[in-house]
Design a protein around this ligand. Structure first.
Ligand SMILES: *Cc1c(COP(=O)(O)O)cnc(C)c1O
Length: 374
């Protein structure tokens, strides 16, 4: 058996090595390393895949979030609601722009932002909500869009972990996550569900005006060369990364189902293990299992992690510290509600190896977990 890893990028690459290597070599031969034709082609293919009007590729997922917020003309001190239980980037960019992150609590079952906690966090200064589709499953977008409409707020989806997942509206309509709010953002970090061979990210929108502004901001605030209309940044996807992503995009649906099947295998095998809560599926979103995350209560989580580690099984804690307890936010953020669930999750979550190449390793992992609880 191969060494067990959280993510197995080597075996994934080996299956499409020829295609990827050819695509990379073509970029090298063209020497169009920045703004090559592959970047435009990938953006167009991604737009078709998501059924969204505009895809603007950028340097990474954090830049995507920052540029999205910059396009909204917010003022210093305006408030942006962010889930308390997420990766730092979702809130970091808010504070970096002189805006105030206001944290909302999350749902215990889905790990995602809780709409009723969003309502409690709203003040006259609130201008936007950043729902994060954590671990591969969508936040309650229908409800969130309703709140946003009522209070006149922008919605910027952080879809770094759920690219390819669908949202199912009550009327039966389906849309890809990342295309439901005003703007969607994603990351192509290597370990993400659609990962490149370095850093990359993208922004999605159906709004023509926002799209033009986002493109301008990502390019030094410049439309006509050397004429700068607004403050911008330099953030772009390398042609090499676009070439890799354009190949991998064709396999994204397969990658999503491999992850889903592996998750269902874990779920079934662990369903009756006392002390383990397996991830729940929701009615209004498909799940692409960026992470497969158990909840282990009764203070046993760290003990189980050590037990797994002693048996060469990695397991990770995403995330050990809720944002409202991060030192960096002790002055620059507010809490909109009690963070009861987020606090509990930080003590209970344990993510198991999850990737597109899981095979017999799962039986071994499951066996060790059962042994721990027996
Ligand atoms: C990975 C990630 C980001 C940041 O993406 P980078 O490409 O690493 O900058 C933002 N939000 C979430 C939820 C993420 O998982």
């Amino acid at each position: 058996m191969d060494n067990i890893q959280m993510v197995d990028l080597a075996n994934q690459y080996n299956k499409i090595k020829n295609e990827i290597d050819t695509a990379i070599q073509e970029v090298i031969d063209s020497t169009a390393f920045v703004k090559g034709t592959k970047v435009k082609e990938f953006e167009a293919n991604m737009a078709r895949f998501l059924d969204v009007k505009h895809v603007i590729s950028v340097g990474n997922g954090t830049d995507a979030l920052q540029i999205a917020l910059m396009s909204l003309d917010l003022k210093l001190g305006d408030e942006v609601i962010v889930p308390d239980f997420t990766f730092i980037a979702s809130a970091e960019v808010v504070a970096l722009l002189g805006l105030t992150p206001v944290f909302a609590d999350v749902n215990y079952e889905t790990f995602n932002i809780n709409p009723s906690s969003i309502k409690k966090a709203i003040s006259p200064k609130t201008k936007a909500i950043i729902p994060v589709h954590l671990f591969g499953q969508g936040a309650e977008m229908e409800e969130i869009n309703k709140i946003a409409k009522e209070y006149n707020l922008y919605v910027v989806e952080d879809n770094a972990q759920a690219i390819g997942a669908d949202y199912c509206f009550r009327d039966g309509q389906r849309k890809k996550l990342g295309t439901i709010g005003d703007i969607g953002c994603t990351s192509f970090f290597p370990s993400k569900n659609l990962g490149c061979f370095g850093d990359g990210g993208a922004i999605f929108t159906n709004d023509d005006k926002l799209a033009e502004k986002i493109r301008t901001i990502a390019n030094h605030g410049m439309k006509e060369r050397y004429y700068h209309d607004m403050l911008g940044v330099n953030s772009r996807l390398d042609t090499l990364q676009a070439a890799v992503l354009d190949v991998k995009l064709k396999y994204l649906d397969n990658y999503c189902s491999s992850r889903f099947n592996a998750a269902m295998y874990y779920n079934e095998a662990l369903a009756n293990v006392n002390g383990v809560v397996t991830p729940a599926l929701s009615e209004f979103t498909t799940h692409v299992f960026h992470q497969y995350t158990l909840k282990i209560s009764n203070g046993k989580r760290n003990e189980l992690r050590a037990f797994l580690s002693d048996r060469q099984i990695p397991a990770m804690i995403y995330y050990p510290v809720p944002l409202h307890k991060q030192k960096v936010f002790s002055f620059s953020a507010h809490v909109g509600d009690a963070m009861t669930v987020s606090d509990a999750l930080a003590d209970e979550v344990l993510s198991l190896p999850m990737h597109t190449e899981l095979t017999t390793q799962q039986d071994y992992i499951i066996g060790v977990i059962k042994e721990f609880f027996s």
